[in-house]
Design a protein. Structure first.
Length: 281
């Protein structure tokens, strides 16, 4: 990604670990297709309490075998220090040097919150255990985390993760670029200097998007929601409108100086490939 408007920026694509052999085979194809777009890395999510521990690592290793850089996520909710230390050392033993450190969310039915309350404690723990071995990414929330009582407290929590040793941040997805630029301005005013890469969610299915957005506190602006609802089962129109909106969003972010883009691919190659063509990346 060295030339044109992508120069000097970081691009990454996120996957979740596939649950079936069929899903794993499909993901291999997706990695190949998206690999042609020249991302800096692919990241792979981690289920709370270690539920995808093996799948996350196996997926990262397959990405590496295909010739690309892979960064596993690690979440600390419902986990012990000893268990987390094991995973961190396992990543290190495999020569993995890039990690996305998160708190995670407690799955319903799981009562124990674990030994760490916040992602900042996990970042500090990774540094304590492995020094500078890992490039650590953390999450950031331009529209604020749904559990944050005050915007200022959420910003302070973000700063705590950076102060604990995070090298960069990836945001929750959003459709209002002003929220992102405002967040970056505030972070910089607090002395935060790490790159804050916007997370991008392509739009393919309105029901699924609405469910996700309600859960994670990402706002779908009213004009978009009404338009998408109005399409009903007309999937082609939802995709075409979604592509226009997300292309314009990415254009504005890149023009406004965003240091890259991180796409939540949902393990699909098509939407990201089309978006890349439209963006001329
Ligand atoms: P934190 O930074 O710990 O923040 C959580 C909440 O606690 C916030 O409301 C914050 O304001 C508050 N807080 C933090 N520190 C303090 C403090 N000292 N005092 C008071 N309040 C505090 N989830 C997964 O399970 N697996 C994944 O792989 C995964 N990948 C993700 C990738 C990205 C890029 C993003 C944006 C999210 C991802 N998530 C993942 C979801 C994430 O785990 C949830 O959003 C979770 O609710 C918060 O995680 P966090 O790391 O931001 O937590």
């Amino acid at each position: 990604m060295a030339q044109g408007r992508g120069a000097g920026r970081k691009f990454s694509f996120e996957f979740y670990p596939p649950k079936t052999a069929e899903g794993a085979a499909k993901l291999q194809q997706t990695v190949k297709q998206l690999g042609q777009l020249g991302p800096d890395f692919f990241s792979v999510t981690f289920g709370a309490g270690g539920s995808t521990r093996e799948g996350t690592l196996a997926t990262v290793l397959r990405i590496r075998e295909a010739g690309y850089a892979g960064a596993p996520h690690l979440s600390c909710v419902a986990s012990t220090r000893a268990g987390l230390a094991e995973v961190i050392q396992e990543y290190r033993a495999h020569g993995i040097r890039h990690i996305v450190a998160l708190r995670g969310d407690l799955p319903s039915g799981l009562a124990a919150a674990g030994e760490f309350r916040y992602a900042s404690e996990l970042v500090a723990f990774i540094r304590e255990l492995t020094g500078d071995w890992f490039h650590i990414e953390v999450a950031a929330y331009p529209e604020y985390h749904p559990q944050a009582r005050k915007a200022q407290q959420d910003l302070a929590a973000f700063k705590a993760k950076v102060d604990a040793g995070a090298n960069a941040a990836i945001t929750q997805y959003f459709y209002n670029p002003d929220a992102y630029f405002h967040f970056v301005d505030q972070a910089q005013a607090m002395g935060i200097q790490v790159p804050i890469v916007p997370g991008i969610m392509p739009i393919n299915n309105f029901t699924q998007l609405a469910r996700f957005s309600d859960a994670c506190g990402a706002e779908i602006p009213r004009w978009m929601r009404l338009k998408l609802e109005g399409y009903g089962d007309d999937v082609a129109s939802i995709k075409a409108f979604g592509l226009d909106v997300v292309t314009q969003l990415c254009d504005r972010l890149l023009e406004g100086g965003a240091p890259g883009l991180h796409v939540y691919t949902m393990n699909q190659a098509g939407p990201t490939s089309t978006l890349w063509q439209r963006l001329g990346l």
